[in-house]
Design a protein around this ligand. Sequence first.
Ligand code: SF4
Length: 358
Amino acid sequence: MSVKPFEAIRFYQAVQKGVRSAAGRALTPALKRWRNTRSGDSADPKLRAPATRFLVRYGLLDGGWPKEAQEQAYAEILRRVARASGDAAGVIASWLDAFSSGEYGLIEEGTCDEQAHCDRCPLCEGCQFLSAGARVIQVSGEALAQTLAETPEQRHVRPRATDLLAFLISDGRGGAAAMARAEALLKTHGGLRGVLAAQPEDLRKAGLDAHAAALVRAVAELFQLWTEEEDRRGKTFACGRDFFEHYRLRMRNLKKERFFVACLDQKNRMLGEELVSEGTLTQTLVHPREVFNPAIRMQAAAVAVVHNHPSGDPAPSREDKQLTKRLGEVAELVGIRLLDHVIVGDGTYTSFVERGLL
Ligand code: SF4
């Protein structure tokens, strides 16, 4: 966990340039103050959270290192810069702090502050995260934990999916390796929805250990339960897409067909649902009795049936059409509306109503 080689003097000059251009002439009195009060510091200057964030972004610290290791690396950075520049460690720390968080009464906001101003940063050429294409503002786990402890109104920035995913899979440590893995996960799974729908073996194949994969699955399950809870609280199902959104996460990547009946009240709000059949519709015939029994039990005014096509193609088969026709006939007989038959494919769906098939 040592500091990688870096050009200490160029790094320091770029930091100074950034502070100078933001502060202008007002910097002179602050410089005097730093020289007077910090030149004689015998103790190692304290590593503050903004400087940690900046050095992690730049690539001199890793956000996944323990605090103690980060502090040792920081002391090493200050030593190297002091050797190259002749300035005292305390003075160098003041420049770094001003660059990463501003300076009271001098610069309102630092260049590499919570909101990174990479467009005007003299360090942008050597910055690891900028060159990796990451407009990363929350790399260190500690910084993200601080942000998450704030209310949304207090936050200057909104954490991105990559930041949060990296935080999760690294047990809150963050760090460059976790960021890279989170970026890769999102890319290979086509975004957050794909990651949350991924099966444990897919997550393991993507390089997550069993613990990290379990954490991602726990979040996915919580999200699913939250969606269902919201739906139970009175969401109205107005079209095929509403059913698709309700079932898509659960059905994605299933190897077998699953056939659900959703029972709804007069206002098309969910009363409950039941898994009617599992297998394939050609092998496992769905009997209308199994569809309407739960509806009668729940005193539903309407039902919708939803099943998946493991192939990913939601085009209705001949069996799907025959079954829908039969269900429509029985629905009329028992006086329960058949709202729709929705087939869930890979990121897409077919609604019999929207297609004019029902
Ligand atoms: S380029 Fe951006 S992220 Fe990198 S040090 Fe500068 S402000 Fe910070």
